[in-house]
Design a protein around this ligand. Structure first.
Ligand SMILES: [Zn+2]
Ligand SMILES: [Zn+2]
Length: 348
């Protein structure tokens, strides 16, 4: 079917209007008419070819919410007009042990395929949510409660589940002391989740100007990471630290803050990671990483957010300001996620 969106034609070109074809829906497909799509930092990395394996033209976007426009004959959970959401992946084998455990993103038989900048098992290229519609198998489409503001819900599909999943996996709740490193798109949702799970939450930030915001978002304490004295005082006191920073930074400083058996989990993606062996040998610490959650957990997170009234703090942006929004994301000049408003997407 004819589709329209914003694409980068090469890794050096900016995003511009582009018409393209999507497949006609298969029996198990849901066609979603997109209302909002979040701008994720990884969109910028990929359109600029910074992760390699880039496929152009590229239509980014994997924080997608909208309304069901059509359904295939085998679809059971959706009907036309329902709210629906699509996140980071749109295909996995659905047969391997990891898929059977509801962890499709860790599919061990050919891997999960991304919502954009990927090639499906059929050979079809994927195009993301900076567009008018998306065609996705029902298994990879989520229901969205009408209690949630749809624009604020969009970033839950990547930033939300990327922070919710590790906090759940490491059993964060009352009695646990949790650190969140970086207060951006990922960090502000990590903070909201950790606080709502009942943990004691300490926000780390490089920026004095974010202290008040962090407290409003649920931080029990805020530490300026450049303050060496304040950092030292936290030694050996955390059960878990979620590191949401994509710029290179000193991991040893954060590892030293973990108590016995504590874990530092990366969800940001710095260029490289280097740690001193004794930073993890001491206190039997773990350095870990985590991706998005599975489809079942993503739905659980969306339902939890609807129940608790959790959404991202967003700034709506028009498509004609998309390239400007990218520059502002790179400067950290957004509180805390840009969301594209599809009312401004015009087929011209
Ligand atoms: Zn993302
Ligand atoms: Zn699989």
């Amino acid at each position: 079917m004819q589709s329209f969106g914003y694409a980068a034609q090469s890794k050096t070109s900016s995003l511009a209007p582009w018409s393209f074809d999507r497949r006609e829906p298969n029996p198990d497909d849901v066609v979603v008419s997109i209302d909002y799509c979040g701008i994720c930092h990884s969109d910028i990395h990929q359109v600029r070819g910074e992760w390699g394996a880039d496929i152009f033209p590229m239509v980014p976007g994997h924080e997608i919410v909208g309304k069901v426009k059509a359904v295939g004959s085998e679809v059971t959970r959706f009907k036309v007009g329902d709210s629906a959401a699509v996140g980071v992946i749109v295909e996995s084998c659905l047969r391997c042990d990891n898929c059977n455990a509801g962890l499709e993103v860790y599919c061990s038989d050919g891997g999960a395929r991304d919502t954009y900048n990927a090639i499906l098992r059929s050979g079809e290229k994927t195009y993301g949510g900076y567009s008018d519609t998306i065609v996705t198998p029902e298994h990879f489409v989520h229901t969205l409660s009408s209690k949630l503001d749809p624009a604020g819900a969009a970033p839950l599909l990547c930033a939300g589940i990327t922070t919710y999943s590790p906090l759940k996996h490491w059993g964060i709740g009352p009695g646990k002391k949790v650190g969140v490193v970086g207060l951006g798109g990922l960090g502000h949702l990590a903070l909201k989740f950790a606080h709502s799970f009942g943990a004691e939450v300490v926000q780390f930030t490089t920026s004095e100007s974010k202290v008040e915001d962090a407290k409003k978002l649920g931080a029990d304490d805020v530490i300026i990471s450049k303050d060496a004295e304040a950092m030292k005082k936290q030694a050996g006191s955390f059960d878990f630290i979620l590191d949401c920073v994509s710029a290179s930074h000193d991991m040893d400083a954060y590892l030293s803050m973990l108590k016995l058996n504590g874990t530092l989990c990366l969800v940001g993606i710095p260029d490289g990671v280097s740690v001193k062996p004794f930073s993890i040998i001491a206190n039997r610490r773990s350095l870990a990483g985590s991706a998005i959650g599975g489809m079942k957990e993503t739905q659980e997170m969306l339902d939890y957010c609807a129940e608790k009234g959790i959404t991202a703090d967003v700034e709506l942006t028009d498509y004609d300001k998309l390239n400007e929004a990218y520059e502002r994301v790179l400067k950290g000049d957004v509180k805390y996620r840009f969301v594209l408003d599809n009312k401004t997407l015009r087929n011209s």
